[in-house]
Write a protein that binds this ligand. Structure first.
Ligand code: PMP
Ligand code: GLN
Length: 382
C-alpha cells in the first residue's frame, strides 16, 4: 500500500512569488514581481564573507547566533530605537525573516488560538497560523491608505485571541504604522493579554522623512513581542536568507526551543561578515534615500502610463491600480502583462485569503534605473 498524508494546508498552493518569477523567466520578462534587487550588493560585504571563511569561520555558529553579531545588533537597536536589548537572551539569528515569524508563531500557538492579521498580508502569515492548528482572524484594510481601524480590532478580540501580527512597512502596500497607531496599540495591550509578532524586515525602507515605528522603541510593547528582521532587504542579499528575532527573555527561551530542533544555527561566515560590516552605520542608514529615489524615478516614468499609483511610504513596493486600463481579474491581467508586454508584477489578490480583487498590481522598484525605465516604457503601450 502506498503511504499518504493528510495535508495540513489543503487549500494552499505554490507562492505567487515563485509562480510569477517562473513566468517572468519563461517569457524573459522584466521581473518587478518578487521582491529582490537586480543590482549587485556591496563587494566590501562579500569580501568580508570570503575573509571570514579564510580565517576559519566555517563550523557551526552557536545556536543563538554569533555573539559579536548579536552585540552589534543590540548596539544598532540602542542607536536607532533607544532599545535596551541583552544580546545574550533577547536576540536569535535565524535563516531569514520568514523563518523567524514561523518560529515565533509555532512557539506561542496552541490549537484553537486566534491570531489577528491584516489583509492584504504577506503570504506566509496565514499558513503559519494554520499549520499550528490555530485560527486566522482577518481584518481587511482599505485602499488607498490601508490604515488600521483600531475600533474594528477591538471588536474582533475574543477570549481566544492570542496574538496580533503587524507588518510595518507593509508588504504589499507600503503603508507604515503611525505614532497614533502605536498609541492605540499600547492602549489595546493594556486591556488584553495579547502577544505581538512584528514583521519589520523593511525597517530601513521608510520614506519622506517619516519614522519607523519599531516595537523596539516601546518597552511595554516589546515585553510581549517577537520582532522579526531580515538582512536580505537591508544588504541587497535576499539569497543569503539570514535574519533575526528579538523578544524578551521568557518568550525568547520558548522561541529557541523550537529553533534549536529546526535549523539549529545559521551560516557562520555571513554572520561574522555582517558583524564587522555593521560597524559602519552608513551600511544601513543610506538605504532609505536610495530606495526613495527609486520609488520616485519609477513613479515619474509610470506617470506616462494609464496606471494609477497608490501611496507607498516604505518597503520595496508600490501598488498601482489598472482600473483605467482593464477590468480583467488581476491574476489574468498580471499574467498577460508578463507574457505580452514583458513586465512581471504581483496581483494583489494573492495577499487576501479570499483572493479579493480590486484591480491592483504590486511592482517592486528595487531595480536599476534602466530596468525601471524600460518596464514603464513597456507598460505605457497599454
Ligand atoms: N516579511 C515580509 C513582509 C517580506 O516581504 C519578506 C520577504 N523579504 C519576509 C518577511 C521574509 O524575508 P526573508 O527572505 O528574510 O525570509
Ligand atoms: N518578500 C518577497 C516578496 O514579497 C518574496 C519572498 C518570497 O519569495 N518568499 O516579493
Amino acid at each position: 500500500m502506498n503511504p499518504s498524508i493528510t495535508s495540513k494546508l489543503p487549500h494552499t498552493g505554490t507562492t505567487i512569488f515563485t509562480v510569477m518569477s517562473a513566468l517572468a523567466a519563461q517569457h524573459q520578462a522584466i521581473n518587478l514581481g518578487q521582491g529582490f534587487p537586480d543590482f549587485p550588493m556591496d563587494p566590501a560585504l562579500t569580501r568580508l564573507v570570503s575573509q571570514a571563511m579564510e580565517e576559519g569561520f566555517n563550523q557551526y555558529a552557536p545556536m543563538e547566533g554569533y555573539l559579536p553579531l548579536r552585540e552589534a545588533l543590540a548596539e544598532k537597536a540602542a542607536f536607532l530605537y533607544q532599545a535596551s536589548l541583552d544580546p545574550r537572551d533577547m536576540i536569535t539569528m535565524t535563516p531569514g525573516g520568514t523563518y523567524a515569524i514561523y518560529t515565533a508563531l509555532t512557539a506561542m500557538l496552541q490549537p484553537g488560538d486566534e491570531v489577528i492579521l491584516f489583509e492584504p498580508a504577506y503570504d506566509s502569515y496565514r499558513p503559519n497560523i494554520l499549520v499550528n492548528q490555530a485560527i486566522p482572524v482577518t481584518i481587511q484594510l482599505q485602499p488607498p491608505h490601508y490604515h488600521i481601524d483600531w475600533q474594528e480590532v477591538r471588536g474582533r478580540l475574543t477570549s481566544r485571541t492570542r496574538a496580533l501580527i503587524l507588518n510595518s512597512p507593509a508588504n504589499p502596500t507600503g503603508a507604515i504604522l503611525s505614532e497614533e497607531d502605536i498609541h492605540e496599540l499600547r492602549s489595546l495591550v493594556g486591556e488584553h493579554p495579547l502577544l505581538l509578532v512584528s514583521d519589520e524586515v523593511y525597517e530601513h525602507l521608510v520614506f519622506d522623512g517619516r519614522l519607523h515605528q519599531s516595537l523596539l522603541r516601546y518597552p511595554d510593547l516589546l515585553q510581549r513581542s517577537f520582532v522579526c528582521f531580515s538582512f536580505g532587504k537591508v544588504f541587497h542579499c535576499t539569497g543569503w536568507k539570514l535574519g533575526y528575532c528579538v523578544a524578551p527573555p521568557s518568550l525568547m527561551a520558548e522561541f529557541r526551543k523550537v529553533h534549536q530542533f529546526n535549523c539549529f544555527s545559521c551560516h557562520t561566515p555571513s554572520q561574522v561578515a555582517i558583524a564587522r560590516y555593521l560597524q559602519d552605520r552608513h551600511s544601513y542608514l543610506d538605504l532609505a534615500g536610495l530606495m526613495q529615489q527609486k520609488r520616485d524615478e519609477f513613479a515619474a516614468w509610470m506617470a506616462a502610463t494609464r496606471f494609477t499609483p497608490l501611496p507607498s511610504h516604505g518597503s520595496y513596493f508600490q501598488c498601482y491600480s489598472y482600473e483605467r486600463i482593464s477590468d480583467e481579474p488581476d491574476r489574468e491581467f498580471a499574467i498577460r502583462l508578463t507574457r505580452d508586454y514583458g513586465v512581471a508584477s504581483i496581483p494583489l489578490s494573492a495577499f487576501y485569503h479570499d483572493a479579493k480583487d480590486r484591480r491592483i498590481l504590486r511592482f517592486c522598484f528595487a531595480k536599476q534605473s534602466a530596468t525601471l525605465r524600460e518596464a514603464a516604457q513597456r507598460l505605457s503601450a497599454l
